[in-house]
Ligand binder design. Structure first.
Ligand code: C5P
Length: 256
């Protein structure tokens, strides 16, 4: 399926999404490490290879704001994966607190509910350089038994669609799901949402704690805008080479 993706950091300060056929625009490398030194060692290997890095809780809590500006100085677009989930007032305040970082994408949990989502959307609209908000639906580490154990007696796909609908109706443009729900999300919402998928693994490689996975090629063919890949790259003996291999698979899928 043909989808639209952002041009270089195009989310920031704009609502337009320019189509990109460049594999390097479609990969976000999750820098899930706990020191600035290790993050910058990895990011240095990625310069000129990919455009996006993800800073999540582990790195942000350890190294914070300074590290983000150093990654920006290296030329990276930033996916700040803080997965905000709190009362509306606190989430809006948290968005104000990270506004100065000028990141391109910021995550929050759709399960925070419609009032929280609407408060986040309203807050982001006040910013001079608004990040794209992306709502996490069902974590890629959650399978059906785990969903049941938290009191949700439906399939992961049903729950993803329910939370995605909630997020879209609240004005959130980005959605985070596993690759396995991509086709249903594109079928339901069409080309507009920016669909971001972790849980990306090469065929036959370790799933780690991820439960709902697919290969980079399948994820692109199913309509992903952006793929998030962490451990397969960061724990690789040769992160640069692994990145190139994933980009080659993305390129092949984009060419089809
Ligand atoms: O190492 P791996 O490729 O599994 O990393 C996936 C990254 O995507 C992690 O940083 C994780 O926090 C994030 N993520 C996820 N599932 C979601 C949302 C984010 O795995 N639903």
């Amino acid at each position: 399926m043909q989808t639209e993706t952002p041009a270089t950091c195009a989310f920031q300060g704009t609502t337009s999404i320019a189509p990109s056929r460049q594999p390097e625009d479609r990969l976000i490398v999750a820098l899930d490490v706990s020191s600035a030194a290790e993050a910058l060692r990895l990011s240095s290997l990625l310069i000129g290879r990919c455009r996006w890095v993800k800073v999540g809780m582990e790195l942000f809590y350890a190294e914070g704001r300074d590290l983000i500006s150093r990654l920006q100085d290296q030329g990276f677009c930033i996916f700040l994966d803080l997965k905000l989930h709190d009362i509306p007032n606190t989430v809006a305040a948290a968005i104000r607190s990270v506004a100065g970082l000028s990141v391109q994408i910021l995550t929050l949990h759709a399960a925070g509910g419609p009032v929280m989502l609407a408060a986040a959307v309203a807050e982001v609209k006040l910013l001079p350089q608004p990040p794209l908000l992306a709502a996490v639906t069902v974590l890629t580490s959650i399978d059906q038994p785990q969903l049941l154990s938290i009191g949700v007696p439906v399939s992961p796909q049903e729950q993803v669609l329910r939370l995605a609908t909630l997020a879209r109706n609240s004005g959130v443009r980005g959605l985070v799901s596993s690759p396995q729900e991509l086709a249903a999300l594109r079928h339901t919402f069409g080309p507009d949402p920016v669909l971001i998928v972790p849980g990306v693994r090469a065929a036959g490689s370790l799933a780690d704690d991820q439960r709902r996975t697919a290969t980079p090629g399948i994820a692109i063919r199913q309509g992903a805008s952006l793929l998030v890949v962490g451990r397969p790259i960061t724990r690789s003996a040769d992160p640069a080479r692994t990145t190139e291999t994933i980009l080659a698979e993305i390129a092949m899928a984009l060419d089809e």
